[in-house]
Design a protein around this ligand. Structure first.
Ligand code: NFS
Ligand code: SF4
Length: 646
């Protein structure tokens, strides 16, 4: 495997070479060992839902066209699709539930190490939910809010409260189709029930419920998670930081937090700043304690504390091989089991912390709400001990990107609108006058089947060249940071209109919005754009889109689908999208769903073509809005395209 073909991250290239020399197996090697992967699975055509199966449908028409139970290709593909949505929604929502649980414990005084950092948001959300705030202290208000938030997951009646935030026209669309999300757990359970053998056999009916289930994630579990995290840990504001393996420090205790829940990583950061522990580190011969992050928990810490990020999903194995990581603690989601094996060759201590996520042979230090800081301290102490036991060679690539992050939808208000007239007006005006053509969310994972970071950064470069403002989250955000797209200087790569706007306010053309649960912030940003006026009455009228060309997880499918069900065009990589192109399901997801919900899926592997697709969609929306008369559309010829190659 050629490291340059595997990744466009310079630090990862160096590490991959070293790992090949040392014969350490990576995720790329394991992918190769799995090839060729099952073609039925890749098209969504295999079913192992019951024990008359596993069954598969022959896409060439020669073999069986029905499973043993009689299910046809569309039923099977739709069932597989909704089960991905349900898996993703459950991951985000269980994270959100964990936050709500800790929030309530905090309010009751049962989790003394957590507190209220954003009081304004507490009061705003309480008022939004009809909780009395006058003359009541914050903890009492928070207790009511926490109870109500927890109830959103399992309440027997009614629909998601957060979904009330959507534009009126959007809510009407959902209501008409019967997909307004109810309790999160109910939608997920119902998705599993409908897809049990012999239940829902009409693919459109299955997929409509997939929309409702995904909406329960975006406008439910994820949004609750984001909002309560903001109240407890602070709503992000623009902050500087650094991203890539170069953030590891040879002379420091390096502690990597990897996973998703700030409930853990916030406590590790707090503990690592305590003078007694810094002293212990110094006694062990270190210059200090360097906490860095991987995956979405990294995004959370970077945005709130400027904590550096070591990398995204595909960087986790590489970080260990630097020999500089003294301890890696993981919580939930996107943790490779191979870490346990790789650390065997190093002094690195690996620790699991979530009651829900154990690893064979790995020490478990459980994060408990009522003694969270104590647990944080215990983890930091173990890192210091591990530092003292360092023996092997250390190699840290120097590469790191400088970034500005922290564009919550509230701060987009301020940075574009100014302190005194915070609003989405300037953004809407710049879209209406055509300087900015539209907005695209570039989100999600990094998958070894695609050149690492290339799908995201290739697409982002093409979009900003076309004057499309990019909002980014998750591993895509980290990819952009590594490759210098989250700096104001990146405006030089933007088209003239976007560049002008960015330079006037000192913004990067790619705004880092946060972790994957923070995609809910993008839903709110879209809602604010509608509310501000001039760009239609519904999210489906906005010149916006979403994309992920390197997706891995069920979570990514859930996110994609809640954007579609919220009215947006969403583009994923064709080769990663497990829906047989000739199926009726494909026709529904790529075309017909637009008539019902205003959004739709599209698939494209090539970042340039994906950018063109998004650009055409955005221009078509602009035409419909009637804001395109003034300016000639720039068409890209081959010559232009070559110049644009990354
Ligand atoms: Ni999102 Fe974050 Fe990364 Fe993908 Fe995994 S870390 S929650 S799922 S791989 S973007
Ligand atoms: Fe086969 Fe039907 Fe069972 Fe699926 S549910 S494994 S198609 S018999």
């Amino acid at each position: 495997m050629d490291p340059k073909k595997a990744t466009c991250d310079p630090a990862a290239q160096k590490m991959l070479k070293r790992m090949a020399d040392a014969e350490i197996e990576t995720v790329w090697d394991r992918l190769e060992a799995q090839e060729p992967q099952c073609g039925f699975g890749q098209l969504g055509l295999c079913c192992r839902i019951c024990n008359m199966g596993p069954c598969r449908i022959d896409p060439f028409g020669d073999g069986p066209q029905r499973g043993v139970c009689g299910a046809d290709a569309d039923t099977i593909i739709a069932r597989n699709f909704i089960r991905m949505v349900a898996g993703g929604a459950s991951a985000h929502s269980d994270h959100g539930r964990g936050v709500a649980h800790a929030f309530l414990a905090m309010a009751k005084g049962e989790a003394p190490d957590y507190g209220i950092k954003d009081r304004k948001k507490l009061l705003t959300l309480a008022q939004e939910w009809g909780i009395k705030t006058d003359g009541r202290d914050d903890r009492t208000i928070a207790q009511d809010l926490g109870e109500q938030a927890l109830a959103e997951f399992g309440k027997p009646h009614g629909t998601q409260r957060m979904a009330d935030r959507a534009p009126e026209a959007r809510k009407a669309v959902w209501k008409k189709l019967g997909v307004t999300p109810r309790a999160v757990d109910r939608e997920i359970v119902e998705a599993l029930h409908r897809t049990h053998m012999g239940v829902d056999q009409e693919y459109k009916s299955i997929l409509r419920h997939a929309s409702r289930c995904a909406l329960a994630d975006g406008w439910g579990g994820s949004m609750i998670g984001t909002e309560l995290q903001d109240i407890m840990f602070g709503t992000p504001v623009p902050a500087r930081g650094e991203i890539n393996l170069g953030v590891l420090k040879k002379d420091h205790v390096n502690l990597v937090v990897h996973g998703h829940e700030p409930l853990l990583s916030e406590m590790v950061v707090a503990a690592a700043g305590m003078p007694e522990l810094v002293d212990e580190a110094k006694k062990a011969g270190a210059a200090g304690i360097n906490v860095v992050g991987i995956c979405c928990t990294a995004n959370e810490l970077l945005m709130r504390h400027g904590i550096p990020v070591a990398g995204n999903f595909l960087s986790q194995e590489l970080a260990i091989v630097t020999g500089a990581v003294d301890l890696m603690c993981v919580d939930i989601q996107c943790i490779m089991q191979s870490l346990a094996e790789i650390v065997q060759g190093y002094h690195t201590k690996l620790i699991t912390t979530s009651e829900k996520a154990h690893m064979p042979g790995v020490e478990h230090v459980e994060m408990e709400e009522d003694r969270a800081l104590e647990v944080g301290k215990e983890i930091v102490r173990k890192a210091v001990e591990a530092f003292a036991g360092r023996s092997g060679k250390i190699y840290i690539p120097k590469d790191k990107g400088e970034v500005i992050v922290g564009f919550s939808h509230e701060t987009i208000n301020y940075v574009l609108g100014g302190q005194f007239r915070a609003s989405y007006r300037p953004l809407n005006d710049n879209i209406m006058n055509g300087r900015i053509r539209g907005v695209c969310g570039v989100v999600g994972c990094t998958n070894p089947k695609v050149r690492h970071d290339w799908g995201h950064t290739g697409l982002v470069r093409e979009l900003i060249k076309r004057d499309i403002l990019v909002l980014t989250t998750g591993c895509a955000q980290i990819a952009c940071g590594k490759l210098d797209l989250l700096r104001p200087e990146a405006a030089e790569l933007a088209g003239p209109g976007l560049r002008e706007v960015c330079e006037a306010v000192g913004l990067p053309p790619v705004l880092a919005v946060g972790s994957c649960v923070d995609n809910s912030r993008i839903l709110i940003a879209c809602t604010e754009m509608v509310r501000e006026g001039g760009l239609g009455d519904d999210i489906s009228e906005l010149p916006v889109a979403g994309a992920c060309l390197e997706h891995i997880t069920e979570k990514a499918i859930s996110i994609g689908h809640y954007f579609v069900a919220s009215g947006a065009l969403v583009v994923f990589a064709r080769k990663l999208f497990p829906v047989w192109a000739k199926s009726k399901v494909a026709k529904y997801l790529f075309e017909e769903i637009e008539e019902e919900l205003g959004g739709k899926w599209a698939v494209e592997d090539d970042p340039v073509k994906a950018a063109e697709l998004i650009h055409d969609h955005i221009e078509a929306k602009r035409d419909t809005l009637g804001i395109n008369q003034e300016r000639e559309r720039k068409l890209f010829d081959m010559e232009d395209r070559r110049k644009l190659e990354v």
